[in-house]
Write a protein that binds this ligand. Structure first.
Ligand code: F6P
Length: 323
């Protein structure tokens, strides 16, 4: 294989740049030419390619986001869009494509591989909800940013006898909220897969208050029906129900844009190198992930349309340990 392309798609994740660097430099080392595709799938449809040299990917390992850009592309999902993408790949003599992204991106990768292009996916999303990998690029950093915010809120909460509702990302998946909540000693964790009603939040905060706690933390994932703001409004003027004065903080995209942790940089490096190895082994239609402490390949056909379930038993563990 002489020419490969690399693109990032979907929500950006800390460590994507480290993965681009690893793919580029390991492919160059094997004598391949590397083409960066700008703006994800849309760039493939529009033919927005740029050659990548070793120097082009210098100074990015520590930077969050993706310097190639990422964009949603409804056009890529159409027959016309796909054939434009195929034509652009052929024009540049590109035989293999590395797709760095989460569930939606790997669905696109699968569609492209069905048309005869050699495609290899790299597991990357802060949500860690992609099957075929124990962990995805970006989620360690996002957990740590959420945890940092929890720690800070807990400090000021203690000074003022307040409880904080902290909303983190995760529209469809509560992995981030569970892990940051567990590490941050949260009293309550509410996630789309297991939503805690406001009345129960009140009970658990009241119990914490009566146990003599000087602060309390409720971690809420973005995708729940009762957002942090709604829960706050629900308790407005009824401090006696929880004991604590309540405040809400929504973290939003702050958790996605941070510089990657050492863990994410190393994971991205291993998976990026693994993707180039998969292409040079003649593989196609696989996701390169990290399972049981090694780089693995899983058929994209077995992944698309599925999400990895969260360990909801950790919610009960967090409840017990918050006492
Ligand atoms: O999939 C990653 C993610 O950050 C989710 O946690 C979040 O719900 C979603 O993307 C937000 O997407 P957007 O940036 O398009 O609002």
């Amino acid at each position: 294989m002489n020419h490969i392309a690399i693109l990032t798609s979907g929500g950006d994740a800390p460590g994507m740049n480290a993965a681009i660097r690893a793919v580029t430099r390991s492919a160059l080392d094997q004598g391949m030419t590397v083409h960066g595709v700008m703006q994800g799938w849309q760039g493939l449809v529009d033919g927005q390619f740029r050659p990548l040299s070793a120097r082009d990917v210098g100074g990015i390992i520590q930077v969050g986001g993706t310097f190639l850009g990422s964009a949603r592309s409804p056009e890529f999902r159409t027959e016309r869009g796909l054939s434009k993408a195929l034509r652009n790949l052929a024009q540049h003599g590109i035989e293999g494509v590395v797709v760095i992204g989460g569930n939606g991106s790997q669905t696109g990768a699968h569609a492209l591989s069905q048309l005869g292009v050699h495609v290899v996916g790299v597991a990357s999303t802060i949500d860690n909800d992609l099957p075929g990998t124990d962990i995805t690029i970006g989620c360690d950093t996002a957990i740590n940013v959420t945890l940092g915010a929890i720690d800070h809120l807990r400090t000021t909460g203690s000074s003022h006898n307040r409880a904080f509702l902290v909303e983190t990302m995760g529209r469809d998946c509560g992995y981030l909220a569970i892990m940051a909540g567990l590490a941050g000693g949260a009293e309550v964790i509410s996630i789309p897969e297991f939503e805690v009603p406001a009345s129960e939040i009140a009970q658990r905060l009241r119990a914490a208050y009566e146990r003599g706690k000087t602060h309390a933390i409720v971690v809420i994932a973005e995708g729940v029906q009762e957002s942090a703001a709604k829960v706050l409004a629900y308790f407005e003027g009824e401090q006696q129900r929880t004991g604590f004065e309540l405040r809400a903080t929504t973290l939003g995209h702050v958790v996605r844009g941070a510089p990657p942790s050492a863990f994410d940089r190393i994971l991205a490096t291993r998976l990026g190198v693994g993707a180039v190895k998969a292409l040079s082994d003649g593989e196609t239609g696989v996701l390169v992930g990290w399972q049981r402490n090694e780089v693995t390949r899983t058929k994209l056909a077995d992944i698309v349309g599925r999400t990895k379930p969260v360990h909801t038993e950790l919610l009960e563990l967090a409840r017990v340990l918050a006492k």
